[in-house]
Design a protein around this ligand. Structure first.
Ligand SMILES: C[S@@+](CC[C@H](N)C(=O)[O-])C[C@H]1O[C@@H](n2cnc3c(N)ncnc32)[C@H](O)[C@@H]1O
Length: 206
């Protein structure tokens, strides 16, 4: 976790239970602050705001921050299971049942896969992303349609997919991989800001 030292801190929001912020800063071994000013060394902050865990940089402190968005993407049908259509469904295969997303990140692909009704597990190696994902999957389970259909969030597996994949109890029908490329990608399904912040904090995937 030493890679976060001097880069990341937890920023306590007075409307949240202090114990939550303290536990998060302990898990990530980063400082806990009650406020941030221009002398603060860290550039990135995790903070609970509007009922979500958010990642902020100094620029975003006064704005919203980034959370794992659990609502369907623009143009996606709001039903469950959503139709297995589009590039993602085509790549995965309609007859596929079980999918492992080996590089979950902001989970926008994962959540689309989940909404199409595949049986999904999610691997992520970044402790910061895992915190954001844990928060998001808890929020997901509280959505009306998810509770009504008694669906469970995808299983979240912490660690390096390279080590985890060979140890899975049963092989999935499909392994989905979307690493962060060092070179500029022409088109990204993700909002630019999320990817830039993630890359700043985690570095490129090798
Ligand atoms: C480009 S992002 C994935 C974005 C994702 N497809 C989405 O829709 O939000 C890549 C993510 O994969 C994670 N990652 C990269 N290599 C990994 C590995 N070997 N094992 C687990 N996670 C990995 C990174 O930490 C990062 O969060």
């Amino acid at each position: 976790m030493h890679k976060y030292i001097g880069k990341l801190a937890v920023l306590h929001n007075e409307q949240t239970d202090l114990a939550l912020s303290q536990a998060l800063s302990t898990r990530l071994a980063v400082p806990l602050y009650h406020s941030v000013d221009r002398f603060t060394t860290e550039d990135f902050f995790l903070s609970w705001r509007d009922g979500c865990l958010k990642l902020l940089d100094k620029e975003l402190l006064k704005k919203g921050g980034l959370m794992v968005e659990i609502e369907p993407r623009y143009g996606e049908q709001r039903s469950w299971p959503a139709p297995k259509e589009g590039a993602l469904a085509q790549a995965i295969g309609r007859k596929t049942k079980t999918v492992v997303d080996a590089t979950t990140g902001w989970a926008q692909d994962s959540l689309h896969i989940f909404r199409m009704g595949y049986d999904l597990s999610c691997i992520e190696r970044s402790p910061v992303m895992l915190e954001l994902l844990t928060d998001a999957f808890l929020r997901l389970e509280q959505l009306d349609w998810v509770t009504r259909l008694t669906l469970a969030s995808p299983e979240l597996i912490a660690g390096n997919a390279i080590n985890i994949l060979p140890q899975l109890e049963s092989s999935p029908d499909c392994i989905y991989i979307d690493p962060m490329f060092p070179a500029k990608r022409k088109k990204s399904a993700l909002p630019k800001k999320s990817m830039l912040i993630l890359r700043d904090l985690l570095g490129d995937d090798m």
